[in-house]
Design a protein around this ligand. Structure first.
Ligand SMILES: Cc1ncc(COP(=O)(O)O)c(C=O)c1O
Length: 453
């Protein structure tokens, strides 16, 4: 590793990782593994990292399957046609799960995460809008997207990276969901789509999808302008269909043109998987599809990313087949029950108020009560970190910045006993802080930062 070559077998385990220059010599596999492993020892324990929505437990059979497929390059459809076929079957399953019209050919793709899925949806809507405007002989140089201040950072990235004006409706303290209230000030003929969220990052709530949908219907009636609705179901996409089958948040609403979800959140697969599904194939603009022949045979590619391993896609097939609707329903029910149990224990402690009015996905979003004045949510997060727990503390986006939240994502691997221990550790931390005071300051955010995923 250092410039000196051929260290003794003992020395090589003690080598420092060079910080600036490319490693020079070679060392044994065992030493390299040990050095790389140990470099990360002080990272958080993923099981205790409840600031994240991302799956941290999979069964041994799933892990085995992932290991077996990790060297398959998913994009090489010509060499691995069965892997591609499996992805296409899952696209149909998701179209079915999200109540896509039976008489329309579904279209969609596995992506690296919801972020890539959102970008593809945004691009499709931008291209469709531009084509339509040009066909009507209208100006197509100022596309915009309308969404709420509760959007995850991916949408701000999309708008900036792809030159779409951001029309973000600010939140207000006490209401952290997008409703139809201010749409008339933001939506216009240049709006490529409105994005509403199912399972938002900050409080876990759904935007008022039905109300937004109906407002857009009325807008079309009034102006003749038809604007599609995209649902960001990064988290809700794998909870709503199982727990609230009668709740119409999906393709049952005719204006919903596309939905994304994270396979690696409540899809229950390790990180590296998202899904984008369109209501029907014609909505994915043909101009976004490229045909390449350099892997042998001609294949179509229409994702932002090209090469990737197939492990997560195969693992998702395992999860869908292993659990089915029945299994996902009981896993999600148990997880939401555990979130409610945690929420109730924390509310009972009298330190916290709940921020989410509705409890759809298993997220507990809390804020300290007004009478707590010698410590804050950042102190609580720092104090419970001493026990290993990682809980997000953050300030809400504009115009609700004065509200600070403590967010706990309850995931499927947590059981009742763990939840009870967590609640006790949080309340003990508050007792300690009440006695001794806290001194944490909210970390300074860059202008365009947003909550974690
Ligand atoms: C509502 C929402 N949309 C999009 C994303 C981005 O998803 P991913 O991390 O899968 O790229 C997240 C991540 O938390 C999210 O919560």
């Amino acid at each position: 590793m250092s410039k000196e070559k051929n260290p003794s077998p003992y020395e090589e385990f003690n080598m420092e990782i060079p910080q600036e220059e490319f490693p020079e010599g070679s060392i044994s596999a065992r030493a390299a593994k040990s050095i790389v492993d140990s470099a990360m020892w002080t990272d958080a324990n993923p099981m205790l990292n409840l600031s994240s929505f991302v799956t941290t437990y999979m069964e041994p059979e799933a892990r085995e399957l992932m290991h077996e497929h990790v060297h398959i390059n998913y994009v090489d459809h010509d060499m691995y046609p069965k892997t591609y076929a499996m992805e296409q079957i899952m696209v149909k399953w998701l179209h079915d799960l999200w109540n896509g019209p039976k008489d329309k050919e579904p279209y969609g793709a596995a992506t690296v995460g919801s972020s890539e899925a959102c970008m593809l949806a945004g691009l499709a809507h931008k291209w469709n809008w531009r084509e339509k405007r040009k066909a009507e002989g209208k100006d197509a140089s100022n596309p915009n997207m309308v969404t709420g201040g509760n959007v995850q950072i991916v949408w701000k990235k999309f708008m900036r990276y792809f030159d779409v004006e951001d029309k973000i409706i600010p939140l207000k303290p006490g209401n952290y969901r997008l409703t139809a209230e201010h749409l008339d000030e933001y939506v216009d003929e240049n709006t490529i789509c409105v994005v509403a969220i199912a399972g938002q990052t900050f409080t876990g709530e759904d935007d008022d999808i039905q109300e937004i949908h109906d407002w857009l219907d009325a807008y079309e009636e009034k102006t003749g302008i038809s604007i599609p609705l995209h649902i960001d179901g990064a988290s809700g996409g794998f909870v709503n269909p199982f727990l609230y089958p009668d709740y119409e948040w999906d393709f049952r609403l005719p204006r919903v043109a596309s939905i994304n979800a994270s396979g690696h959140k409540f899809g229950l697969v390790y990180p590296g998987l998202g899904w984008i599904i369109f209501r029907e194939k014609s909505l994915f603009n043909e101009g976004l599809i490229f045909y390449v022949n350099y892997l042998g045979g001609e294949s179509a590619t229409a994702t932002l990313n090209f090469s990737r391993n197939a492990a997560q896609i195969i693992a998702q097939a395992y999860k869908f087949i292993r659990h089915g609707r029945e299994g996902y329903t009981s896993i999600m029910q148990q997880t939401v029950d555990n979130a409610e149990y945690l929420r109730d224990l924390l509310v009972k402690s009298d330190y916290f108020e709940i921020m989410n009015e509705t409890q759809r996905i298993p997220v507990v979003a809390l804020t300290l009560k007004d009478n707590v004045n010698n410590f804050n949510e950042f102190d609580v997060s720092a104090k419970v970190r001493e026990k290993g727990w990682v809980l997000s503390a953050y300030t809400m986006p504009p115009n609700a910045e004065e509200i600070t939240s403590l967010r706990i994502v309850v995931r499927a691997h947590l059981n009742r006993t763990v939840i009870r221990n967590l609640a006790k550790d949080i309340v003990d931390a508050c007792d300690y802080l009440k006695e001794n005071g806290g001194n944490a300051k909210p970390p300074k955010l860059h202008k365009h930062s947003a909550g974690k995923c």
